[in-house]
Design a binder for this molecule. Sequence first.
Ligand code: COA
Length: 419
Amino acid sequence: MKALDGIKILDFTHVQSGPTCTQLLAWFGADVIKVERPGVGDATRKQLVDVPGADSLYFTMLNHNKRSIELNSKNPVGKEVLIRLIKECDVLVENFAPGALDRMGFSWENIQKINPRIILASIKGFGPGKYQDCKVYENVAQCAGGSASTTGFRDGPPLVTGAQIGDSGTGLHLCLGIVTALFQREKTGRGQKVTAAMQDSVLNLARVKMRDQQRLAAGPLTEYSQFGEGIPFGEAVPRAGNDSGGGQPGRILKCKGWETDPNAYTYFITQAAVWEKVCDVIGEPEWKTKPGYATPKERLDKLNEIFARIEQWTMTKTKLEVMEICNPHDIPVGPILSMKEIAEDEGLYATGTLVRVPHPTRGEYISVGCPIKLSDCEVEVTRSPLLGEHTHEILSSVLGYSGKELDDVIASGAVGEAR
Ligand code: COA
């Protein structure tokens, strides 16, 4: 048995943010029915193509364990099919541009009339307000959510991050909203509307920077390297390079091989609780008691010197040796792992965090599996559907179309190449 067995998801999502959400629901056992435009499908099927003629990795890695129906929701027969799907499903998830669902004739009011138990879950770029009508992509959200202004080095431009906090981050937020609404429905019997705005989700993930924005009113942010370097703060939280958001001094330092390997680096944190161990490991035992070095406060204006000394030591070790030496002392370090190294880590396949997925047109590929592990709900990752692969199956086994009625729907063109 799976946690979400019996839950049917009408998946009207596309690109990345919505599909990450419905993929998680599918992994937890929901029956996810992805509705795609006949002959076109989710735009990502044909984006960043690496194997000509096959669905792209962009699509396959975001749409595992789903079924696909090709359905034109603007065609009158297609609308009828969609109404039957809304009656049948527990949740409708969408991330169309603002107003697109209304323009199709499926406003929240109409959807509720069709099925009062349904949960309508939507991702939009912005919440209600002056930007509510904007179409939004990942990096727009990273910028509008406060992340970019606080990422990068003080003397450089704002930076976006490689982690897709705007898209996949919002998908995660929406997913929690959906299961919470399903839980509430157990008591009320009613559906509800769940929305997650990409700006809000990014801001939620950048919460510590809003903390620091308010702390600025009380004086400079002493744990930022900028403070130790004697550089005054402005009105807004500055970019903090690789300083750690938790207030413990940390830096990314070179390790053995850095001259040729762009990832021969480690993150190194001089956590106050293990300062004495750090001094021993790097060969500066006198710093444990030396005035100016012994307490965190005294060290603030010497962090550049201290990290330069630690780096002299890390440069004599590989990033993994640094980890092996520091871990027994509880000194927090993080090797900078490349995607290549991660893809080759068999330990991650053993836990299902990475999976090898067979695919009929592209062959086997690596995907990131489910990052959330439930002890009583094992996840089996199965390949993404081909466009319209389950159209006929969904019409007949989910919606009960048969005989002439089924033939008529197919003949109408509303469902594309169904058979
Ligand atoms: N049958 C018929 N029409 C369909 C359809 C189907 N099965 N599926 C989609 N369409 C139509 C929509 O109704 C819409 O028509 P309209 O413009 O006449 O109302 C049209 O396809 C395009 O949809 P839209 O959502 O506007 O796609 P887009 O490619 O222009 O924009 C986004 C893409 C991502 C910018 C936009 O969807 C958006 O802002 N979404 C919300 C935020 C978001 O999730 N962004 C991140 C995505 S990773």
